[in-house]
Design a binder for this molecule. Structure first.
Ligand SMILES: *[C@@H]1O[C@H](CO)[C@@H](O)[C@H](O)[C@H]1NC(C)=O
Ligand SMILES: *[C@@H]1O[C@H](CO)[C@@H](O)[C@H](O)[C@H]1NC(C)=O
Ligand SMILES: *[C@@H]1O[C@H](CO)[C@@H](O)[C@H](O)[C@H]1NC(C)=O
Ligand SMILES: *[C@@H]1O[C@H](CO)[C@@H](O)[C@H](O)[C@H]1NC(C)=O
Ligand SMILES: *[C@@H]1O[C@H](CO)[C@@H](O)[C@H](O)[C@H]1NC(C)=O
Ligand SMILES: *[C@@H]1O[C@H](CO)[C@@H](O)[C@H](O)[C@H]1NC(C)=O
Ligand SMILES: *[C@@H]1O[C@H](CO)[C@@H](O)[C@H](O)[C@H]1NC(C)=O
Ligand SMILES: *[C@@H]1O[C@H](CO)[C@@H](O)[C@H](O)[C@H]1NC(C)=O
Ligand SMILES: *[C@@H]1O[C@H](CO)[C@@H](O)[C@H](O)[C@H]1NC(C)=O
Ligand SMILES: *[C@@H]1O[C@H](CO)[C@@H](O)[C@H](O)[C@H]1NC(C)=O
Ligand SMILES: *[C@@H]1O[C@H](CO)[C@@H](O)[C@H](O)[C@H]1NC(C)=O
Ligand SMILES: [Zn+2]
Length: 648
């Protein structure tokens, strides 16, 4: 409750600013029915409208600068999205601390909870960084001299580390398959060899000083870099069987290397791999085979330690300076490393009671949007070939949605099986490594094909890898390989969503957000993925059509970021088409709809990929003619004067 209150005090009317227009947002003239429920809680809606109204600056003209109008009294430096994530972190902290304090509670006997409490306690108990402990836990051979460089590298690969010499990665490939990708050394990433890492390395029989070793590592990197730079890669992968790789690069025992990395007993010679630049890989292998094994292995261990330290929220990276924030850092690290157990606990304790009614409403709106988008694609505005229309239509029809961060419909058995595979240990270091091993062993297993029931569960949500950034969990996103929109827990809450929302509030954010994400399937990056997540040449076909080319040029005429403009503009149009109908006959419904839409952007300063909230919102509404009509914007006002860019 305390957190909800914090939220509702975001927008404060400054003393002296008296609302000018009183017709706006007096919720008399808006629909109070909920479209997909028999009744909805008025107080949820009224409080929300009040909160929105507090953010509106009535001294500003919405037709001139809608952001200044709708977000004018937003007094914060951050967005509602970041607040939502903070709330979830606090809920986790509360839950796990409560469980930790009550080892006799029934939860302790459920899968997951006891181990989460243990991991958390170990993380809190960290006093000083002991990187050597990570290496002890790897059970390294006594002599690094006698170990082949690829043998050690494959072992590290089990923890998800890949990044030098030869990269072997298991990646999600399309809607129903993982594949193994093999790439040459990444010369853009180098080791930052710190004293801490040096001191953690095994010194063995031939200790070298820090600076000697550092110089040797730099020489090694330069040598590798000269090998791969001449083959500047474009990540164009070729499929090879294991036998073919072995024939073309006989200097390495690939069967041995790959079975170890994937934790298999055997891999058939006809197993296929996606390989980038095999000739460069061969040169690297030949050079490395002639080098000092101990040096190569020390380098691998140093890179591995750096990888662990750089994984998101590793508390060891900020041990001295985390002043009171340790518990939060531990929670955030656990959310990355042990994604499934953490989300399982969240679902059970916080989301389960609301899931059925939320999901019902969300799926309805999603279904309507999908239908409207299908109509738009079939109407073929760019006059593309019928075959392409069919494939794009299929992409829309097969688009899926997942609410929350867990797979839909997974049984308790599924989670207890998952739980059995996951171990905690004696301390933070062991918990961290075990968590990584747990995640990457599942991924490796998926590549080998498990039974079809498990397969369908694992491919029905985006199992996050531990190195993902936090923003991936903060708002819904489109996952091109599975052709699916993922709606994380942080979105299915106020101020974005409530199953009891009246239509203007419900569609104002949900339809715009889902519409935006659906249109990402048609942005210039993700266009090329088909309904099954396979890479095709759709954009090559499209760009040949003059009408499409004109549309892209129109959207990108300023310094805008094209791949966000497409979904901003086209997604907003899709949303209003879906919302239209009877509701817009009530004047306040339209205004409230747009003000709710605007709220998402309040306080958003933009980033590398996104313009600021103000630019995005104003541009989007200038491309939705209904906006000018609803706010009665005069011809020639800023928002009612942009040329309309055609798009789907
Ligand atoms: C609601 O809107 C209608 C049509 O625009 C108008 O005639 C009516 O006066 C409005 N009612 C209230 C209570 O504002
Ligand atoms: C309606 O929502 C409010 C919170 O806004 C809550 O206190 C109240 O119990 C809810 N009423 C019903 C009938 O669920
Ligand atoms: C807002 O954020 C910027 C940079 O992120 C920071 O420099 C500034 O102090 C913040 N302002 C407030 C009021 O928190
Ligand atoms: C905290 O744990 C105790 C003991 O298991 C339980 O009775 C209580 O409901 C928990 N509190 C919350 C808010 O989950
Ligand atoms: C996924 O990719 C593999 C390999 O390219 C292919 O054989 C398979 O048919 C694809 N799956 C689907 C559903 O298209
Ligand atoms: C290397 O790591 C140190 C300590 O973590 C850091 O201060 C420094 O900025 C890093 N250097 C580079 C080039 O990343
Ligand atoms: C790779 O090593 C295995 C034993 O680990 C051996 O059976 C196999 O013949 C080797 N393959 C090649 C191509 O050397
Ligand atoms: C697979 O992984 C488990 C756990 O890490 C390990 O005990 C086992 O030896 C591995 N098996 C193979 C074939 O690598
Ligand atoms: C390790 O390798 C170095 C150089 O490659 C060699 O001089 C040394 O004798 C080896 N040590 C052991 C214990 O094998
Ligand atoms: C989940 O179960 C429901 C009811 O059995 C079913 O309609 C739905 O298709 C299932 N969802 C998925 C993604 O399997
Ligand atoms: C796209 O690929 C198909 C084969 O899948 C080919 O027939 C067609 O010529 C390609 N079109 C373009 C524009 O590259
Ligand atoms: Zn986007």
């Amino acid at each position: 409750m305390e957190m909800a209150l914090r939220f509702f005090s975001f927008c404060i009317l400054l003393a002296g600013t008296v609302p000018v227009s009183s017709s706006i947002l007096i919720p008399n003239n808006i629909s109070r029915t909920c479209p997909y429920k028999s009744s909805c809680n008025s107080s949820v809606n009224l409080r929300h409208i009040e909160m929105l109204r507090d953010c509106v600056d009535n001294t500003k003209d919405p037709c001139d600068d809608f952001y200044a109008y709708a977000c004018g009294n937003w007094k914060r430096n951050y967005t509602a999205t970041s607040t939502s994530e903070d709330q979830i972190n606090s809920q986790y902290k509360y839950l796990i601390e409560n469980v930790s304090r009550n080892p006799r509670s029934p939860e302790y006997r459920q899968p997951v909870y006891g181990k989460l409490a243990t991991y958390y306690q170990h993380c809190l108990a960290l006093r000083s960084s002991n990187l050597r402990r990570y290496l002890e836990l790897l059970n390294l051979p006594t002599s690094l001299n006698s170990t082949n460089w690829m043998d050690l590298l494959s072992g590290l690969g089990q923890y998800g580390y890949r990044g030098h010499f030869v990269e072997v990665t298991v990646r999600w490939h399309n809607s129903s398959q993982h594949m193994i990708f093999v790439e040459p050394h990444n010369h853009r990433l180098n080791l930052n060899f710190t004293l801490d890492i040096y001191e953690a390395l095994p010194q063995g029989d031939f200790p070298a000083s820090y600076s000697t070793l550092r110089d040797q590592f730099v020489r090694l990197e330069n040598q590798l870099s000269s090998l791969v730079k001449s083959h500047e890669t474009d990540d164009s992968f070729t499929v090879y069987s294991l036998d073919e790789i072995q024939n073309k690069v006989p200097e390495l025992n690939w069967t041995e290397a790959l079975t170890k990395q994937l934790n298999r007993t055997s891999i058939g010679g006809d197993h296929s791999f996606q390989v980038d630049d095999l000739p460069a890989i061969r040169e690297i292998v030949i050079v490395l085979n002639s080098m000092d094994r101990r040096l190569l292995n020390l380098y691998s261990l140093a890179r591995f330690l750096q990888y662990l330290l750089q994984l998101p929220h590793n508390p060891l990276a900020t041990l001295e300076s985390d002043g009171g924030m340790r518990s939060l850092r531990c929670i955030r690290q656990m959310r990355r490393v042990v994604y499934i157990p953490m989300n399982y606990a969240y679902e059970r304790n916080y989301y389960a009671p609301r899931r059925i009614s939320d999901e019902f409403v969300i799926r309805k709106v999603f279904g309507e949007l999908r239908e409207k988008l299908e109509e738009a694609v079939r109407s073929n505005p760019f006059q593309v070939q019928p075959d392409l229309v069919d494939q794009l239509t299929e992409k829309v029809q097969k688009m899926r949605i997942n609410v929350g961060n867990l797979p839909p419909n997974a049984s308790e058995q599924f989670y207890s099986d998952v739980d059995r595979r996951w171990k905690v240990g004696e301390d933070f270091y062991e918990d961290h490594l075990n968590g990584l091993l747990f995640y990457y062993s599942i991924v490796a297993e998926l590549e080998g094909g498990v039974d079809s029931y498990s397969q369908s569960i694992w491919y029905s949500f985006n199992m996050h890898s531990p190195d993902f950034g936090d923003n991936i969990d903060a708002t819904p996103y489109f996952h091109c390989l599975s052709n699916m929109i993922l709606v994380p827990y942080s979105y299915v809450k106020l101020p974005f969503f409530h199953a009891d929302f009246w239509p203007a509030l419900l569609y104002g954010d949900l339809a715009n957000t889902l519409g935006h994400e659906m249109l990402h399937a048609f942005d210039t990056f993700l266009m090329d993925y088909d309904a099954q997540g396979n890479m095709r040449n759709f954009s090559d076909q499209l760009i040949k059509e003059p009408l499409y080319k004109t549309a892209l040029d129109c959207l990108d005429q300023s310094d805008g970021i094209l791949n966000e403009r497409i979904p901003d503009v086209s997604g907003s149009r899709l949303a209003i088409r879906t919302y239209m109908g009877d509701w817009l006959s009530l004047p306040d419904n339209g205004q409230l709809y747009f003000i709710q839409f605007a709220h998402f952007f309040c306080g958003d300063e933009g980033d590398k990929y996104h313009e600021s909230g103000s630019q995005r919102l104003n541009f989007a509404v200038s491309q939705v003619p209904k906006f000018a009509e609803i706010f009665e914007c005069k011809e020639g006002s800023k928002i009612n004067s942009s040329p309309q860019c055609p798009f789907w």
